[in-house]
Design a protein around this ligand. Structure first.
Ligand code: PEP
Ligand code: MG
Length: 575
């Protein structure tokens, strides 16, 4: 029976294919009988998995042993070790294997369910919430049993028309799927500018989040049409609908091919103003797509993706190689490396769920300053790579002058350590700050005095201005780039930076959405950074824009706080 699901489209286009259901957590395990003479082996497998996880937790504990965050992480890891060592989990699971002659994974999840039911009865809310920790510990043991320590196993490769359907995916999960050929992504949870959505968009395939019940309602191998532009999934469509969508799919394909013609054209408005269109990347291999779409630089390299999906931290040499590769491939064009923005929804395994309120917690530069050794390693790697191209350092989530000073001090320390070793680097390397917190936008003067350039991270600026968690689909409808407060902050930053002659870019998702191209041009923006797949459409919009007609309308938008008027002015602007 055909039916339709509605969600939030996060990446345009149409895909037609078969559903491939995946589980974010590894808790959906097979159940099979084990012959009597194999029961001993099964118990030994479980023992080995417990031992492996024990060692994993020990080494994580050792790796976070220094820095102000150590106490918090340490307590969290201690709790996990306690759960792991508790006989109600391990001994009871072994008894279950013996009594039921079944596989270790099944016995473990059955015992976990018993424990979770007991936790439900606890009155104390804090203790009741500790059931998440039990689940996390069991996940770790399951991964060890299944031979994938430390990360979610990637899905089985299918025949190229698979559409991934998941309840939820972390950015780390999605980045793993880069190597797998899926034609679309669907998730029940997630917001428009969550990092999961951003990475899905970077894969350049239609994606929809916030579908709520897709994982429940869609069965494995169902035929699906995914319309990423409208945020609609049609399950089991009839022939008529299918042929209509196939036609639209080929029209879109044709439009995409036509756009390639402007790849090398300068992004100049009808009245002769040239703007820079830079690319956002997550990993060095994204450079191919950057080149294909003619970006004139990298405006945001989200370096934290080098830290995900692994049990250890990338060392200085490994990071250096990654940064040098990008710098070399860009052949002298600007490469803006953002120092790691970990925390919130992009976590090292050891930090999972530590923060009570992750978006407001130890994230981005706050984590870097709390873990100076880890930051030092990255800074040295970036500086060493800086002599192989035009590298710039971009610091995320700065909110105060103290943070700027501490950051500049640590950068100077890293420089000094290289000078002492007589290792060459670009002494004049530019250092910029992201404007992502209203406090930064409102105290811009100090940022402009101390930094060489600015980049507005509208995804977070909107999240923090409107107090909307960008990963939470239940408030996704309130996430509004056209909110008067957001427009005023963005316009203020651009105007002030232009006046002070400090280069300013927008690298949040607003920069890649053609709905906002003219708006930002009218505010005075001359540097945009976006996912490469969005670049040519934005360029086309720039080529068709005439600033003298645009600017008065954008000024009018800033003078009203009536949402209807703002929307009608935007329609006029884009008409
Ligand atoms: C932003 O916040 O707009 C941004 C570009 O950074 P990220 O999306 O990685 O948080
Ligand atoms: Mg951000």
């Amino acid at each position: 029976m055909s039916f339709t699901l509605h969600g939030v489209g996060v990446s345009d286009g149409i895909a037609i294919g078969h559903a491939h259901l995946v589980s974010h957590v590894a808790l959906e395990v097979a159940h099979y009988a084990v012959p009597q003479d194999e029961v001993g082996n099964e118990i030994a497998r479980l023992d080995a998995a417990f031992t492996l996880v024990h060692t994993e937790l020990e080494s994580l504990h050792a790796s976070v042993a220094s820095g102000p965050a150590a106490a918090e992480y340490g307590a969290f890891l201690d709790l996990h070790r306690m759960i792991l060592d508790d006989s109600t989990l391990s001994v009871a699971a072994k008894t279950y294997i013996t009594q039921n002659q079944c596989n270790a994974e099944w016995a473990l999840t059955q015992q976990m369910n018993v424990l979770l039911a007991q936790f439900e009865q606890i009155e104390d809310a804090y203790l009741r919430e500790r059931k998440t920790d039990v689940v996390q510990v069991v996940e770790r043991v399951l991964k060890a049993l299944l031979g994938h320590p430390g990360h979610v196993p990637p899905p089985v490769q299918r025949d190229g028309d698979s559409i991934l359907v998941a309840h939820d995916l972390s950015p780390a999960d999605v980045i793993q799927y880069k190597q797998h050929r899926f034609t679309a992504f669907l998730t029940d949870l997630g917001g428009l500018t969550s990092h999961t959505a951003i990475v899905a968009r970077s894969l350049n395939i239609p994606s929809i989040v916030a579908l709520h019940h897709a994982r429940q309602l869609i069965r494995d191998n169902d035929l699906l049409i995914v319309d990423g532009t409208q945020g609609v999934v049609i399950v089991d469509p009839d022939e008529h609908v299918l042929s209509e969508y196939r036609l639209r799919q080929s029209q879109l394909e044709l439009e995409k091919r036509k756009l390639k013609r402007i790849k090398t054209t300068a992004a100049t408005t009808l009245d002769g103003i040239t703007v820079e269109l830079f690319a956002n990347i997550e990993l060095p291999q994204d450079i191919e797509q950057v080149k294909e779409n003619g970006a004139t630089g990298i405006g945001l390299f989200r370096s934290e993706f080098l830290f995900l999906n692994r049990d250890d931290l990338p060392g200085e040499d490994e990071q250096f190689e990654a940064y040098r590769t990008v710098a070399r491939k860009m052949r002298g064009l600007p490469v803006t490396i953002r120092t790691f923005d970990l925390g919130a929804d992009k976590n090292l395994d050891s930090a999972k769920r530590v923060a009570v309120n992750p978006a407001l917690g130890l994230r981005a530069i706050r984590l870097s300053l709390a873990e100076p050794q880890m930051f030092h390693t990255q800074l040295r790697a970036i500086l060493r790579a800086s002599r192989h191209g035009q590298i710039r350092i971009l610091v995320p989530m700065l909110s105060s002058v103290l943070e700027i000073d501490q950051t500049l001090h640590l950068i100077e320390n890293a420089k000094q350590s290289l000078r002492q070793e007589k290792t060459a680097f670009d002494e004049k390397i530019q250092i910029g700050g992201m404007i992502e917190i209203p406090a930064a936008a409102l105290c811009l003067d100090i940022f402009m005095r101390k930094l060489d350039f600015l980049s507005i991270g509208t995804n977070d600026l909107i999240q923090y201005t409107l107090a909307i968690d960008r990963t939470d689909d239940s408030v996704a409808h309130l996430y509004d780039p056209l909110h008067p407060a957001v427009l005023r902050l963005v316009a203020h930053v651009i105007r002030s930076a232009n006046r002070a002659k400090v280069p300013v870019a927008v690298c949040g998702e607003m920069a890649g959405d053609i709905l906002f191209t003219r708006l930002l041009l009218g505010f005075g923006l001359r540097q945009f950074s976006m996912h490469p797949a969005q670049l040519l459409r934005v360029k086309q919009q720039v080529l068709r824009s005439h600033l003298p007609g645009i600017t008065p309308l954008t000024h009018k938008m800033l003078r009203t706080d009536d949402p209807k008027k703002i929307h009608s002015l935007l329609t006029k602007l884009n008409g």
